[in-house]
Design a protein around this ligand. Structure first.
Ligand code: OXD
Ligand code: MN
Length: 617
C-alpha cells in the first residue's frame, strides 16, 4: 500500500531528502498506513514525512527549524549542538482545563477529569482538525516507551505537524525504523495525533511558534487514542509523555494488572554497597529531577538516576513489584536547577539540549533564575526582550524547560533501561504547614491512603494560581485517565497482587516555620531522609508511632546546623489541624459518589480515631 503523492512543499528545506514511507507488506503495516492516510485526508498536510530516527535526519530537522526561526542555535563552543525555542506567552504550560477524557460513560472519567462525550468530541475534533495541517508537513513518528522490545515497553505513533514536537519526542522516547518494524510484525501500538492548529495558506509566511488560541488535549481511553490540537508546548505536544505514558497507560494498567505512575525512579547504594530502588511521586515542578539526580551529602551513599518523571510498575514472578522508566529523556523545569541545587542536572545539560523559554545570554548561551548565584548584567528574556537584573519580571519563564537525553546524565545507572525491583515508594507534595519531613506508613493500604490524600501548593507547570493548595492524589490528579476512585481501588488491588511489597513513606521538603523560612535545607540533605528509610528496611533504625504514621526516633544530622526548635516544628503533628485535614479528606472522598474503596474509608476512620485519642491524651 502506498500513500497519495504529496503536493509541492510550501516551505521546502533539505529535510525533504528524508521521510519516504517504508514498505513492509504486512496487514499490520497496512493498518498503520491506512490510519496515516485517514488523518492526512482530514488534516490535509502538503507532505507526509516518515521519521526514521537517524542522526542525519535529526540534524536536517533542527536545521530547518533554525531556518524557520523556531529554534535559535546556541553558541557552539559554549553549548554544543543545543538550541533555544521561544513559545510566546499564549502557549507556556500544560492545559488542564482543555484536557479531556472522552470515555463512553461519564462516571469512567470521574469528577477529577473533564469528561467529553466521545461522539460529540469526535465531531468537534473532525471540525478543528479539518485542514489544520495545510501548508505544513505531517510527520509520522513511531516511538517506543521503554527499551525497544522490552517486556514492559509499549509502542505508539505520533502524527504531528510540529517539527519541534518531533525533535522533542526523539529525545523523550526511542524513535526509529525498528519501531515501525515491530508494528509491521503486529505489536500493538497507540494512536496519537497532534496539530498546532495553524494552517498556512499558499504563500503565507509561517511564524516562529505556530499555535491556535483554541486548544484540545483529548484522550479516548476506550479506543486508546489521543488527539491534541492548538498547542506546541510540552505535555500538550509530546504525546508520549503525559497523554500516553500516564493517561492512556493508566487505563492499560488497570485493565492488564500493572501501574502507570507519575514517579521518578532511583537506585540508592548504601556505604555497605547494598542497592535499593525508590520510586517517588511528587506533583509537577516539586523537585523530582533534583531528587532523581540527588548527590547525597552524607558520606558513602550514592544515588543513581533511572527516571525523573514516570514509572511503569508490574508484579514480577518473585512476588515483588518491578519498575521501568518508560521515557528516554528529561523534560525538566529549568528555574531552580542550579550549580548549588542540582549540579548533576547542570552537568547533563552541557550539550545536545533543546531549551524552551529560558533566557539567552549575550554570548549565545542560556540562563535562568537559580542557574548561577551571580545574575548576568544583561540577557534577552524568554520573550525576546532586553532584560537586566533591575527588570521586574523573571528572565526565564517559571515553567521553562530543558529537553535532554537521559543517557547524558552523569548519574544515570549503567542498566537504567532494565526493570528494577522496588523497595520503597515515596509520596510528596509542597506543603508549607502540617506535613512532617517524613512519615512511614503502617502498611500498603495505609500507604495508599497517604497517596490518595496528598495535597500540594500549585506550581507553574500548569495553568492556575501558583501557591494555591489543591488535592493531588498520587501526584496523578492531572494524569489519571479514568475515575480516580477506581484508580484508588486499583492501588488496593495491586497491594494484593504482590506478596513482597515496597514500603511506603510520605515526605515533605517544603515545610516552613511561622516566620516563613524553610525548616529543612532540602536538596542534598534529603539523603538523610533516604538513609533513615533504608535503615528502617534493614531493621537498624527506630521510629516513633504517631496518629498519622511513624516518624524517625532519630535522624542523622551530623554536619548540618538544624536547631532543635526547627526540628521540633518540622515534625510537629497538631491533632486539631490534622483532624481538620481529615474532614477535608472526607469531603474529597464524598465527591466520588461512593466509589472510593472501603479500604480507604476505613483508613480515614482509623486515622480520625487515632487523632482524637491523641487530642484527648
Ligand atoms: C512534567 C509535569 O512536565 O509534570 O513532568 O508537568
Ligand atoms: Mn511530571
Amino acid at each position: 500500500m502506498t500513500i497519495a503523492e504529496p503536493t509541492t512543499l510550501a516551505h521546502p528545506t533539505h529535510l525533504a531528502e528524508y521521510g519516504t514511507q517504508p514498505e513492509y507488506g504486512t496487514a499490520a503495516f497496512d493498518e498503520l498506513v491506512d490510519w496515516v492516510n485517514e488523518i492526512a485526508a482530514l488534516t490535509k498536510p502538503d507532505r507526509i514525512h516518515w521519521v526514521d530516527g537517524s542522526d542525519s535526519e535529526r540534524q536536517a530537522l533542527l536545521g530547518s527549524m533554525v531556518a524557520q526561526g523556531t529554534l535559535i542555535k546556541l553558541n557552539e563552543d559554549k553549548r554544543p549542538n543545543s538550541y533555544l525555542a521561544r513559545s510566546g506567552a499564549g502557549d507556556v504550560a500544560r492545559l488542564e482545563s482543555r484536557t479531556f477524557i472522552a470515555s463512553e460513560h461519564k462516571t469512567d472519567a470521574g469528577p477529577t477529569n473533564n469528561w467529553a462525550d466521545p461522539a460529540e468530541m469526535r465531531a468537534t475534533l473532525d471540525g478543528v482538525f479539518d485542514g489544520s495541517m495545510r501548508g505544513r508537513t505531517m510527520f509520522v513518528v513511531p516511538f517506543s516507551m521503554g527499551k525497544v522490545g522490552g517486556p514492559i515497553s509499549q509502542l505508539g505513533v505520533q502524527l504531528t505537524d510540529s517539527p519541534y514536537a518531533v525533535a522533542s519526542v526523539e529525545v523523550m522516547t526511542r524513535v526509529g525504523d525498528e519501531i515501525t518494524e515491530l508494528i509491521a510484525d503486529g505489536t500493538p501500538w497507540v494512536r496519537t495525533v497532534h496539530s498546532v492548529g495553524h494552517p498556512l495558506e499558499l504563500g503565507e509566511a509561517d511564524v516562529a511558534w505556530p499555535s491556535n488560541d483554541e486548544k484540545y488535549i483529548v484522550h479516548f481511553p476506550d479506543t486508546l487514542e489521543v488527539f491534541s490540537f492548538g498547542s506546541g508546548y510540552g505535555g500538550n505536544a509530546i504525546l508520549a509523555k503525559k497523554c500516553f505514558a500516564l493517561r492512556i497507560a493508566s487505563v492499560l494498567g488497570r485493565d492488564q494488572g500493572w501501574m502507570a505512575e507519575h514517579m521518578l525512579l532511583i537506585r540508592v547504594v548504601s556505604p555497605e554497597g547494598r542497592a535499593y530502588h525508590v520510586a517517588a511521586a511528587f506533583p509537577s515542578a516539586c523537585g523530582k529531577t533534583n531528587l532523581a539526580m540527588l548527590r547525597p551529602s552524607i558520606r558513602g551513599w550514592t544515588v543513581e538516576t533511572i527516571g525523573d518523571d514516570i514509572a511503569w510498575i508490574r508484579p514480577g514472578n518473585d512476588g515483588r513489584l518491578y519498575a521501568i522508566n518508560p521515557e528516554a529523556g528529561f523534560f525538566g523545569v529549568a528555574p531552580g536547577t542550579g550549580e548549588s541545587t542540582n549540579i548533576t542536572a547542570v552537568e547533563s545539560l552541557r550539550e545536545n539540549v533543546i531549551f524552551t523559554n529560558v533566557a539567552l545570554t549575550d554570548d549565545g548561551d542560556v540562563w535562568w533564575e537559580g542557574l548561577t548565584d551571580t545574575v548576568p548584567d544583561h540577557l534577552i528574556d524568554w520573550q525576546g526582550n532586553d532584560w537586566t537584573p533591575d527588570s521586574d519580571r523573571p528572565a526565564a519563564h517559571p515553567n521553562s524547560r530543558f529537553t535532554v537525553s537521559a543517557a547524558q546524565a552523569p548519574s544515570i545507572s549503567d542498566d537504567w533501561e532494565e526493570a528494577v525491583p522496588l523497595d520503597v515508594i515515596l509520596f510528596g507534595g509542597r506543603r508549607a504547614t502540617n506535613v512532617p519531613l517524613v512519615v512511614e506508613s503502617f502498611d500498603w493500604n495505609h500507604g495508599a491512603f497517604m497517596g490518595a490524600t496528598i495535597s500540594s501548593e500549585r506550581t507553574a507547570a500548569a495553568e492556575g494560581t501558583v501557591g494555591e493548595l489543591r488535592r493531588d492524589p498520587f501526584a496523578m490528579m492531572p494524569f489519571c485517565g479514568y475515575n480516580m476512585a477506581d484508580y484508588f481501588g486499583h492501588w488496593i488491588e495491586m497491594g494484593q497482587s504482590a506478596p513482597a511489597l515496597p514500603a511506603i513513606y510520605q515526605v515533605n521538603w517544603f515545610r516552613k516555620g511561622d516566620d516563613g523560612r524553610f525548616l529543612w535545607p532540602g536538596f542534598a540533605e534529603n539523603s538523610r531522609v533516604i538513609e533513615w528509610i533504608v535503615r528502617r528496611l534493614e531493621g537498624s533504625a527506630d521510629a516513633v508511632e504517631t496518629p498519622i504514621g511513624r516518624v524517625p526516633a532519630e535522624l542523622n544530622l551530623d554536619g548540618i546546623d538544624t536547631t532543635d526548635a526547627d526540628l521540633a516544628e518540622l515534625f510537629a503533628i497538631d491533632p486539631d489541624s490534622w483532624l481538620a485535614e481529615t474532614d477535608l479528606t472526607e469531603e474529597f472522598f464524598k465527591t466520588f459518589d461512593g466509589r472510593v474503596p472501603a479500604e480507604l474509608t476505613d483508613q480515614l476512620a482509623a486515622q480520625r480515631d487515632r487523632l482524637q485519642t491523641a487530642k484527648r491524651g
